[in-house]
Design a protein around this ligand. Structure first.
Ligand code: NI
Length: 327
């Protein structure tokens, strides 16, 4: 605003200075007038934009937010709880579900909120949880129910949030997801565990550099981790197409191609990929991807996530040019 005032004063000064020559220099006065007009508009809108930014009237960056509810769909509203320590008056045990909504949108700078998460809870409880009531406990039926509920859930998503995905955790090891815009597409994620030893060491670095970078992880005799592996496949869930309903297939392929070769092994010495390759968690994720890519029927590998510790994981989603289509 200060700059605008300074510019306007300057222009006024110039204008008064030029007034006596107006009649003789009409064309130049017109040109000067047009220039001033442009300057004024430019600084007016610049000032308006600056004011809006300072006072938080604009905020276009998009943010992703994930909100989870826990529920017993069989018991309706009374079977809903959002706390591990919560209680309800349901009469008996029922199928326990964890539902997540993934939304994105701009953050309101006045509140710091993308949206009111209570509204997301309400949407999940009013639309998605009831859609699961009485649904058989198989992948096909559950994903069909989620897909059917998605449009209504998206409509009831609190403005300005846009629903990107609905996730259903059917057990601590298995989750299903329906994505926005992925008509007929779904994701299935299975978790696995394996224990393995490794030594972090790069032949490209000196011994001193290896010690500095990898520390105790470069111990010549190795050390171990309890790795958690999350494998996500995606495909169609339509009844007449190849489906991602065969959880057993995912189990069999991962057990055969990853768990058996890696579990209770020294990765550097017993897995050929790591004979020369440093078995960092990043490289382990990449190697597992290569072992699994193209191995599934009716679905495609979507991501491989490897947790080395509860605090560190690497996720690999493949080289876009090499992604394999479902068989
Ligand atoms: Ni390690």
């Amino acid at each position: 605003m200060l700059m605008l005032n300074v510019v306007m004063k300057k222009l006024a000064k110039l204008e008064s200075h030029r007034k006596p020559t107006q009649s003789r220099l009409l064309p130049r006065r017109d040109a000067f007038g047009a220039q001033r007009f442009c300057f004024l508009h430019f600084y007016f809108f610049l000032s308006l934009f600056a004011y809006a930014r300072v006072h938080g009237l604009t905020y276009n960056a998009s943010m992703r937010l994930i909100r989870e509810i826990r529920c017993y769909p069989s018991y309706g509203a009374q079977g809903v709880t959002n706390s591990w320590a919560g209680t309800s008056d349901r009469a008996d045990l029922g199928a326990y579900r964890v539902l997540r909504a993934v939304v994105d949108g701009p953050v309101d700078p006045r509140t710091g909120y993308l949206c009111d998460i209570k509204e997301i809870d309400r949407m999940l409880r009013a639309v998605v949880a009831p859609a699961l009531r009485g649904v058989p406990h198989d992948v096909h039926s559950l994903t069909q129910a989620l897909a059917a509920a998605f449009p209504a859930a998206a409509r009831q998503c609190p403005v300005p949030a846009a629903l990107l995905a609905i996730e259903l955790h059917v057990s601590p090891h298995t989750r299903l997801a329906i994505d926005k815009g992925g008509s007929g597409m779904m994701r299935l994620t299975q978790s696995f565990e394996f224990s393995a030893a490794h030594r972090l060491f790069s032949t490209e670095l000196s011994d001193a550099e290896n010690r500095r970078l990898f520390g105790k992880c470069s111990n010549p005799n190795g050390h171990g981790h309890n790795y958690v592996l999350e494998v996500t496949v995606c495909g169609t869930h339509g009844a007449d197409k190849g489906t991602v309903t065969d959880v057993g297939q995912v189990d069999r392929v991962v057990l055969e191609r990853v768990i058996e070769p890696f579990d209770h092994k020294n990765l550097n010495l017993e897995c050929p990929e790591f004979a020369q390759l440093n078995p960092s968690v990043e490289n382990i994720a990449r190697v597992i991807w290569d072992r699994l890519d193209g191995a599934f029927t009716g679905c495609r590998l979507a991501s491989v996530r490897v947790w080395e510790t509860p605090k560190t994981c690497a996720e690999y989603t493949g080289d876009d040019e090499r992604k394999t289509d479902p068989k």
